[in-house]
Design a binder for this molecule. Structure first.
Ligand code: SF4
Length: 368
């Protein structure tokens, strides 16, 4: 089995549940935070004993809203991770932060604990789009959080933005991109809004309370993102992700490269591989049940046979500009994708074309 060099930690707490969100995230559970961190420590200590970890090259605190954790609790968790795992001196250590809970004392605790990359969930600047998404933050908070983080020494700052939001025109999206770029981020993620069944947004659309999206407008918005971010010095290194050179997310690249990742925390997924077959498992999702089950919170898992593991590696690698060395047995699928202009080959690898990046769902359908 390949040793694990990438660690994900899930912190499922949120101030409120956003209308579009189907992540494993919960509002109104803040009082569980200390017990949750205790449980995480039990899980991670057991995992460290049972599994083969090499020196960690990435640690990612995601959620939920990891920035909601009080400064002393997140400091303790980061100390525990540093004490339990061997972390490379140049490891990328990311924390996902909401602008509303990014303050001076927390930033000091993150930096002190080794966090060197912040992923700020800005999502947008325009009040109407933020209202549709039911985000409780605004443009002023996002700007303040970004500026404070930069001034306190966060050298690698990423911003998340969402497009294809009902009522969001091409012009308002272009203005959103302009305002994001004006802050001077190192990395930008642009997500196309999806309506996930069971979310409030999905119900509102089903009840006819939101306008239908115009697919042409969605394409125009994607085109605007490509033009503006490229003009701003960013490279699209993955379907939805843009970076200045050298600021690509190493943690997310580990997923797209099908490297082993250990996921700790409620609902977190882990991935292991011997280079041919792969295994995936996931933890109990609900925080109370997760806490009770630690240090053994695994809910279920599956082995991916060689063909399925290869298909996933191909599909994920074809999300990235660097592409992937194609596994054997997919020659027909790759031939069809090349004919459709969705992929190209170079140096024994296959990579998506611009069209293939825009239409990655067609690649996924052909390969999986
Ligand atoms: S803050 Fe993020 S994780 Fe939490 S509910 Fe909103 S979208 Fe979901």
């Amino acid at each position: 089995m390949q040793p694990v060099a990438n660690l994900y930690i899930h912190l499922p707490f949120c101030k409120h549940k956003c209308g579009y969100c189907d992540f494993n995230a919960y509002a109104g559970m803040d009082r569980l935070m200390p017990d949750y961190v205790d449980a995480l420590e039990r899980e991670l200590a057991a995992a460290r004993e049972e599994r083969d970890f090499s020196r960690l090259s990435t640690v990612y605190l995601g959620g939920g809203t990891p920035s909601l954790l009080p400064a002393d609790l997140v400091a303790r968790l980061l100390r525990f991770i540093r004490g339990t795992f061997d972390i490379a001196a140049d490891a990328e250590i990311t924390l996902e932060a909401n602008p509303a809970s990014t303050d001076e004392s927390r930033l000091a605790a993150w930096l002190e604990g080794g966090v060197n990359r912040l992923s700020l969930g800005v999502q947008g600047f325009e009040p109407r789009a933020l209202a549709v998404l039911e985000r409780k933050t605004d443009a002023a908070q996002a700007t303040r959080a970004f500026t404070l983080a930069r001034s306190m020494g966060v050298a690698n700052l990423s911003i998340d933005l969402i497009y294809a939001v009902p009522y969001q025109s091409r012009e308002s999206w272009v203005e959103t991109l302009r305002r994001a770029l004006a802050l001077g981020p190192d990395h930008v993620s642009t997500y196309c809004l999806t309506f996930e069944e069971g979310t409030l947004l999905w119900r509102r659309r089903a009840e006819g309370k939101l306008p239908e999206l115009d697919p042409d407008l969605q394409w125009d918005q994607l085109d605007s993102a490509v033009a503006q971010l490229e003009a701003g010095g960013f490279r699209r290194y993955e379907v939805s992700n843009w970076a200045r050179p050298g600021f690509e997310s190493q943690h997310n690249l580990a997923y797209w490269r099908c490297r082993p990742v250990y996921g700790g925390g409620a609902g977190a997924h882990s991935y292991a591989t011997d280079g041919i077959r792969a295994w995936r498992w996931w933890n109990i999702a609900r925080p109370r049940e997760y806490i009770a089950a630690c240090p053994a919170p695994r809910a279920d898992g599956e082995e991916l046979p060689q063909r399925k593991a290869g298909a996933e590696a191909l599909m994920l690698g074809l999300r990235t500009a660097e592409g992937v060395a194609p596994p054997a047995g997919f020659e027909d699928e790759l031939g069809r994708l090349a004919l459709a202009g969705l992929i190209e080959s170079f140096d024994g690898r296959v990579a998506p074309t611009r069209r293939g990046m825009d239409l990655h769902n067609q690649i996924a359908l052909a390969v999986l």
